[in-house]
Each structure stands twice: as structure tokens, then as C-alpha cells.
Write a protein that binds this ligand. Structure first.
Ligand code: FES
Length: 311
């Protein structure tokens, strides 16, 4: 696995630190595009995904922002309390499930630390001289990171701390649907749920969201076992209701790379050769789902009796 060294850390807001990361030997880091995230494999054995929020044209430095999550699973606490400049950590990616699709106009919606993937998108929109606006909500002004960087964009940016102004007026910000506009949003689940409600009558491809926490996928399509054929190995395994496809194929010798194991990072994407996947991830959009040619096997399952995977 590749690794990076922490070259700087600083406070970006209450409860948010930014880290700058570089290759230990000073070489170029892999290229990335706005919306990309990396995996950090922390010394405590925890792997977490963080959006890249720095300058994509800086080939030697990645920047991430990390929110301290009191109820988190140990990743953010480690970063805040123990990770220091000079520490070397494992790196996966970059990977991009949230690309900035071409458009003539963008409406960005950020909630809290959800601002991180949108910062490089805003930078790119500026470089392309494309019209854009940002609606940025947070609990309090002091908890909202990168306000100083955003200040230069003037009235394109609408900063809305909840304790001063209440909840975001999504409908007012989005206005009437326009064919030239794409909505890109990142933030906590209640914000994305409210956005889904407000945009329910818009074509799905005009609204893209990035989730840090998996969406509730509801009950699986079936609660009975199904078979998964690993086409390249000529092996078939049975997947019972208590087992993931990822675990089942690993048991048959197919070690598919995985990271979040909750359907949010895209690492375990696997090509489907036959069958009808029960998509339970938060990564694929409607087009990706209906194509039926790939699935995230850490959470997704099968609707039918048999799936054939390119493994
Ligand atoms: S491991 Fe992250 S989506 Fe499957």
C-alpha cells in the first residue's frame, strides 16, 4: 500500500482540522479531480475516507478536512488527538464517485464538513468561468470550515449558520428547475433527505449527492440464500442472509479490495456478467443501477437466485 506523511495540520473551524499530506519520498502524488476522496489507513488500524479539498493542480500535496465526530468509529478521534506532523499513514485511492459533470451552471449545497468535496469544484467552476452559487449551512458560524477561503467569492456564497438563520431554504435557493443547471450536494443525512424531497420532481441526473454515511437502503429484496458464480474461477458460492457477497467471494479466494464496507466509498465495485443485483449502496446513481453491469459487493445483494460476477 502507498503511504503519505503528514506535512502540516491546522484548525479550520471548531472541531475541524485540516491536514496536508505528501509522499514520504517527495514524489508526485496520483492525480485527482474535484469530488475525489482518499482512504487513510490510520496507525490504529482504522480506514477512513476523506474528500480531497485542496488544489488539484498541486501535484505534491493533498489536503483533507476532518470533523471530530464524538459518536464516530475512532477515525476522527485518532486524527484529532494523536496524528502529528511527520506521522506516516497508509493511503488508498484517490477514487471519485462524485465527479463534477459538465454544465453551464452549478448550484452547490454543503452541510458542515460536506463543504470539503465542493471546494475544488468551486475552484474548477471559477477556472472554467461557469456560473455557480453555494448554499453553505452549519450549526454555528464558528463550526463552518473554510469560510475565509470562500469569502473571496462574494455574493456567490450564502453562509447560513443554523443558530442565526435556522434551517437552509433549499427550495428558495434552488428555484425553478433549469436544464442548464446541475445541483451538487454533500452533507449530513437529514440535509440530503430534505434535498431529495425538494428535488423529487427533477430528472435524477441533474442532482448529485455525496454521502459520508450510508443511506438507509431498507430491507433486502430477498431474505433467502442465492448463488454467486465467480466466472473467472469457475466456482459458485452460496450467500445466506447473514453474509455479504464480499465475504462469500473472499471465502472462495477472490480478495476484492474494500474499504468502507458500508456502500459509500466505491472501492469494492465489481463487474456483473449476469443476474439482477439488489443495489444497496450509496454510490451508484440511477443510470449505474439500471445498467446492472456492476455492483458494490460489500452491501449489495441479488434479487434473483443467481448472480455471475467477473471474478
Ligand atoms: S467497500 Fe466501500 S463501497 Fe464497498
Amino acid at each position: 500500500m502507498a503511504s503519505v506523511v503528514v506535512v502540516s495540520r491546522s484548525a479550520a473551524a471548531d472541531g475541524v482540522v485540516t491536514l496536508e499530506l505528501a509522499a514520504p519520498d517527495g514524489r508526485r502524488l496520483p492525480d485527482w479531480a474535484p469530488g475525489a476522496h482518499i482512504d487513510l489507513v490510520l496507525p490504529n488500524g482504522v480506514t477512513r475516507q476523506y474528500s480531497l479539498c485542496g488544489d488539484r493542480w498541486d501535484a505534491h500535496t493533498y489536503r483533507i478536512g476532518v470533523l471530530r465526530e464524538p459518536d464516530g468509529r475512532g477515525g476522527s478521534a485518532y486524527v484529532h488527538d494523536r496524528l502529528e506532523v511527520g506521522d506516516v499513514i497508509g493511503l488508498g485511492g484517490p477514487r471519485n464517485n462524485f465527479p463534477l459533470v459538465p454544465a453551464q451552471r452549478y448550484l452547490f449545497v454543503a452541510g458542515g464538513i460536506g463543504i470539503t468535496p465542493l471546494l475544488p469544484m468551486i475552484h474548477q467552476a471559477e477556472l472554467l468561468d461557469v456560473d455557480w452559487q453555494l448554499l453553505y449551512g452549519g450549526r454555528t458560524r464558528s463550526s463552518m470550515a473554510f469560510r475565509d477561503e470562500l469569502a473571496r467569492y462574494g455574493d456567490r456564497v450564502h453562509v447560513v449558520p443554523q443558530d442565526e438563520h435556522g434551517l437552509l431554504d433549499l427550495a428558495g435557493f434552488l428555484g425553478e428547475p433549469r436544464t442548464d443547471t446541475r445541483v451538487l450536494a454533500c452533507g449530513p443525512a437529514p440535509l440530503l433527505a430534505a434535498l431529495a424531497e425538494v428535488t423529487a420532481d427533477r430528472p435524477a441526473h441533474t442532482v448529485r449527492t455525496e454521502r459520508f454515511v450510508a443511506a438507509d437502503a431498507g430491507a433486502p429484496a430477498r431474505d433467502t440464500p442465492f448463488e454467486v458464480e465467480l466466472a473467472r474461477r469457475g466456482v459458485t458460492v452460496t450467500v445466506g442472509p447473514e453474509r455479504t457477497v464480499l465475504a462469500a467471494v473472499a471465502g472462495a479466494g477472490a480478495d476484492v479490495l474494500s474499504s468502507c464496507r458500508q456502500g459509500t466509498c466505491g472501492t469494492c465495485e465489481t463487474a456483473v456478467l449476469a443476474g439482477d443485483p439488489d443495489h444497496r449502496d450509496s454510490v451508484l446513481d440511477d443510470d449505474g443501477r439500471s445498467a446492472g453491469d456492476c455492483m458494490l459487493i460489500c452491501v449489495s445483494r441479488s434479487r434473483g437466485d443467481r448472480l455471475t460476477l467477473d471474478l
